[in-house]
Design a binder for this molecule. Sequence first.
Ligand code: TXA
Ligand code: MG
Length: 311
Amino acid sequence: MEITLDTAQKLLKTGEVVAVPTETVYGLAASLQSEAAIQKIFQLKGRPSDNPLIIHISEANQISSFAADIPDDFAALAKAFWPGPLALVIPVIPDSVPSIVRANLPTAAFRIPNHPIALALIRQSGPIVMPSANLSGTPSSTCRKHVEADFGDDFPVLDGDFCSKGVESTILIYQDQRWQIIRQGAIPSQAFLSILGYAPEILYAEMDKKPVCPGQKYRHYAPKAKLHLTQHFFANNNEVIVGFSDRTYPNSARFISLGDSSNPEFAAKNLYYALRTLDEEGIESALVDVNFPREGLWNTLWERLQKASCK
Ligand code: TXA
Ligand code: MG
C-alpha cells in the first residue's frame, strides 16, 4: 500500500516498519531508536538473528557518534561513493548501536543511500536500519509490487518506482590494513582502485569457516523456480529461457530478457525482476544464460545467480 513520506515518518516514530526505495533494492526500515521495530524486521523477513543489519545515515559525519575507530581511507571512500551503493563495516562504540542490529558483533555496517525518498526519510527520522525488503532467501525487491508480493498488499510502502541499480550495495570491511569486499554488489572491485590505490580482494565464504559477512552463509536470492545456469542451448528444448535480447536461442516456452549482453548495468537492474517473474507466472524451472565475462559488475551477477540456483 503506497504511503506518503509523512505517514512513513509517523509509522517509524511509533515503532512500525515501512518499506523504502533505495537505488539498490527496496529496504524494510525501522528507526535505529526502536528495538521493538527492529525485532519486527527479523520476524517479518524470517531472518536469522545472527545476520546483522546495515545502518542507513544521511550525512557522513553522523559516523562520529558510532565509530570506535575510523579506518584508513574511510573518509576518501565516503567522499567518493556516498551517497551510493557502498556499505562500510567499522568497529563501533557498543552502546551506540543496539546489539540486535549488529548481531552482537563489535562492528556495524553503514551506508548513505542515493535515493531522494530514502534520504528525505532519514533526514526527518534519523538513522534507520534496512535489510532488503524480501522474505529471507528470496530475490530482493526492486519495485513496490515485489514488496507487496512478499508482505501483503496492505504493507506500507514508499513508492520510488524501479530501483536504478537493482542489486545490493557492495560491502567493504577493513582488516589486516586493507579494505576487503565481503559482499559483491553494485560497485565492482576495480572502481576502488583510484581511491585506495588497490582493488580490494573479494572474500568468499568458505564452507567450514565462519564468514566475515554473516549473510554469506545463508541461501539467498532464490526464486521458487529451479534455475539451470548454462552457456549451451540445444534446439527445440522448449524450456523457459532467461537470457539476452541480442542473442538467438532455440525455441523456448517463454523468453525473459535481461537486456543486451553488452550492458551489465541493465542486466543487474533487471535480474531480480526476471527471477520474480518466473514465480509470478508459476514457472517451475528455467535455463539462465551465463555466457558473460567473470569480471566487474558481471561478477556480481554471476555470484547472485549461483546463489539463486542453489536449493
Ligand atoms: O543495498 C543494500 O545494502 C540494501 C539496501 C536496502 O540498502 N540492504 C541490504 O541489506 O542488502 P541486507 O540485510 O539484505 O544485507 C546486509 C548484509 C548481510 O549479508 C549482513 O550479514 C551484512 O550485510 N552485514 C551487516 N552488518 C555487518 C557487519 N557488522 N559485519 C559483517 N557483515 C555485516
Ligand atoms: Mg538481503
